[in-house]
Design a protein around this ligand. Structure first.
Ligand SMILES: C[S@@+](CC[C@H](N)C(=O)[O-])C[C@H]1O[C@@H](n2cnc3c(N)ncnc32)[C@H](O)[C@@H]1O
Length: 208
């Protein structure tokens, strides 16, 4: 399956990276998928299309994001949500009348799968503790990029790995976010998990 951009921004924009990601998901055919860091929902839509093609209606996608910049979350890295492409600016401001980085806009992008999705607005440091991890079999970790947040997210998703699931972490080796690598390396070592570094150190795949 080819990764599509749906006229929005995504962290998997580099040619081939999205296809590589989808092939990773396809290898495991998960039924309950959690994405931490949804942003404009492009990966969410691609994952839903893929899981629908495998399981028809028998899958679930859970997506979690701050979905807004405010004083409480100003320490988190939120990618620039504005478009430089004037057509995209006009499309969202005057035609869709939506902020693509909002729960409502992502819900709209995923409306085809409205019975299969659960979108949660909040900080992963708090929200993940309330999610039942026992049924989730795949996590795409692409939310906060500072050390403490990644450490917390990994600890909160530990059960997924223990139940033979997968955590695929994005941005493993980013020069401007070294906390991601540090938190992953420590987590893997402490729990004696397997960690495969993929696609020129972009992804870290953690499994038992
Ligand atoms: C790199 S983007 C995610 C891109 C998306 N996964 C994709 O493939 O297009 C990171 C997202 O994480 C969110 N984020 C950052 N810190 C967070 C936190 N502590 N809890 C929840 N979401 C967070 C940001 O709002 C942003 O939308």
């Amino acid at each position: 399956m080819k990764y599509k951009n749906y006229f929005r921004k995504t962290s998997l924009k580099q040619k081939g990276d999205g296809d590589f990601f989808l092939n990773q998901v396809l290898l495991k055919k998960p039924k309950i998928f959690l994405e931490v860091g949804v942003f404009h929902g492009v990966t969410a839509r691609n994952v839903c299309e893929l899981l629908y093609s495998i399981h028809y209606d028998n899958f679930k996608y859970i997506g979690l994001d701050l979905f807004e910049e405010n004083d409480e979350n100003k320490s988190e890295i939120i990618p620039n949500t504005n478009f430089s492409n004037p057509f995209k600016k006009i499309y969202f401001r005057y035609i869709k009348r939506q902020n693509p980085y909002s729960l409502e806009a992502v819900k709209d992008l995923l409306k085809k799968f409205k019975n299969n999705i659960d979108l949660v607005k909040g900080n992963s440091n708090n929200v993940l503790k309330k999610i039942d991890m026992s049924k989730i079999d795949y996590v795409f970790l692409d939310g906060g990029h500072d050390y403490e947040t990644v450490k917390n997210d990994l600890e909160n998703c530990m059960l997924v790995v223990k139940n033979n699931g997968t955590i695929l972490c994005d941005d493993y080796n980013l020069s401007y976010a070294p906390g991601v690598k540090k938190a992953i390396d420590e987590f893997v070592k402490k729990n004696n998990f397997k960690c495969e570094i993929l696609l020129n150190s972009r992804f870290a795949k953690i499994e038992q």
